[in-house]
Structure formats: C-alpha cells, structure tokens
Design a protein around this ligand. Structure first.
Ligand code: NDP
Length: 239
C-alpha cells in the first residue's frame, strides 16, 4: 500500500471555524498545503485564507485562482460550508428552503465543478462532502437542511460514476452531533433529546470528524468512492 503523499493542495470551504477548521488542521498536520475559505473575521494562523462565499460562483473562481497560484491545483476538496435555518414546515418560507439549498447543496456543486477541471487534468483528486446524519435520518424542523444534506449523497455517487475512472474519488462524511457554534445555538431541551438517542451517549468534538476526513482523502482509501461514512456515535445506524 502506498503512503499518502504530503504537500498536496487542499481546500476546505468554511474552514475558518468549527468542523472545517479542525479538518484544515488535520491536513496541515499531515504536511499538506492547506487553504480555507472564509467570509469574514480572521484567518486562523498557518493557513492560507481565501475570501469566498459559496453562493457566489465568481468569488469561488477567484478563490481557486488564488489557491492555485500559491499551492497548485486543488487535489483535495472538502465541501464543508453549511448553514441551518430551522423551521417547522408550515412556517418555513420558500426563501428559508432555497437559501439553505443554495449554500449547502448548490454551493457544493459550485466548488466541485471548479475543482474538477484541475483534478481531471491531473488524473487525481479527492472530494469529500460534509453531509449530516440528518440527511438520511430526517429531522423535524429541518426539511430544508435534511434535503440539502441528502442531496450530497446523490452528488457524490454521480461524481463517482462520472469521474471515477480518472483517479478521482468522492465520498460523503455524515457527522452526528458535534460541539460547534452550530449546535451550541440549539435549545438545551433539544440537545438533551439528541443525547438520549445517541448510543455513544455523548456528543463529539470536531477533531473526531476531521480524522475521518483526512483518512478518506488518503491513498489508503483510494478504492472507496460514493460511500457515506457516519461519524455519529451510532445515531443513524441502518442508513
Ligand atoms: P459552523 O456554523 O460552526 O461553521 C459553518 C462554516 O460554514 C463557517 O466557516 C461559515 O463561514 C461557513 N459558511 C456558511 N455559509 C457559507 C457561505 N455561504 N459561503 C462560505 N462559507 C459559508 O458549523 P459546523 O462547523 O458545525 O458545521 C460544518 C459543516 O458540518 C456544515 O456543513 C454542517 O452542516 C455540518 N454538520 C455539522 C454538525 C454539527 O453537529 N455541528 C453535524 C452534521 C453536519 P463564516 O464563519 O463566514 O460564517
């Protein structure tokens, strides 16, 4: 088995905080050249920060151009940027629905499309899509979010069928409940409800997702594509 090379050009969207930052740090520890997209605030130390909003193709194109100039074509793409706009169906507006789809699902499409050019040319690439246990498990109040995250599975599998012969893999990592700003915003009662249904009886830290992402992007995982890998303490068993 070949050893995963270091120094690869890695791009993590939404890598300025939360799970995305932990993923960026995991690749950095592997010796890769890591860039992250951010929208505002500070760029975490040691990482190349490129400003981009995944709902805006022009800003994505500019960000990739910057990364390519600094690190070469992106070989590992982690589509991590995501938002929630929870609301029960009867109160969910069309904008609540479509804005979440635009960021979580269409945003992934935009970055994959831009990254694929370089990967096809290089005949090598790793695409990792950060979904959620909720995508296949479902969740009341998250019709928009769950639909966006389930859509990523079809995206990874179609990508696998389209580009699998070019040395490119596309996989989905589906985290359960991870301690970040996103989950800190949930009411305490909701957090308690979640906890009671997680076999591991705990929430996880972002690093526990990051280690799996780093591995699925490694040469050791070269024959895995179109897979959905849960990191959820057993919550979604049976997907
Ligand atoms: P956070 O809310 O902590 O961070 C979200 C990240 O996405 C931020 O970096 C944010 O950038 C970025 N982002 C949001 N919208 C856009 C946009 N339009 N363009 C570019 N970047 C954007 O979330 P988490 O770290 O918790 O989540 C990361 C991913 O993991 C998400 O896709 C989420 O759905 C998924 N996930 C999280 C779980 C959890 O329990 N935390 C469970 C399952 C899945 P900015 O700082 O500029 O806002």
């Amino acid at each position: 088995m070949s050893e995963t090379p270091t120094g690869r050009s890695v791009l993590v969207t939404g890598g300025n905080r939360g799970i995305g930052l932990a993923i960026a740090r995991a690749f950095e520890a592997n010796g890769d050249q890591v860039a992250i997209t951010y929208r505002s605030g500070e760029v975490p130390e040691g990482l190349l920060g490129v400003k981009a909003d995944v709902t805006d193709s022009a800003s994505i194109d500019a960000a990739f151009t910057e990364v390519e100039a600094a690190h070469g074509p992106v070989e590992v793409l982690v589509a991590n940027a995501g938002v929630t706009r929870d609301m029960l169906l009867l109160r969910m507006s069309e904008d609540d629905f479509s804005s979440v789809i635009d960021t979580n699902l269409t945003g992934a499409f935009r970055v994959i499309k831009r990254a694929s050019k370089g990967m096809i040319k290089k005949r090598k690439g790793r695409v990792v899509l950060i979904s959620s246990v909720v995508g296949l498990y479902g969740s009341p109040g998250q019709i928009n979010y769950a639909a966006s995250k389930a859509g990523l599975v079809g995206m990874a599998r179609s990508l696998t069928r389209e580009l699998g012969s070019r040395g490119i893999t596309a996989n989905v990592v589906a985290p359960g409940f991870i301690n970040t700003d996103m989950t800190a915003a949930l009411p305490e009662a909701t957090q308690k409800d979640y906890l009671s249904s997680i076999p591991a009886n705990r929430f996880a830290e972002p690093e526990e997702v990051a280690n799996v992402v780093r591995w699925i992007a490694s040469d050791e995982a070269a024959y895995i594509s179109g897979a959905v890998i849960p990191v959820d303490g057993g919550l979604g068993m049976g997907h």
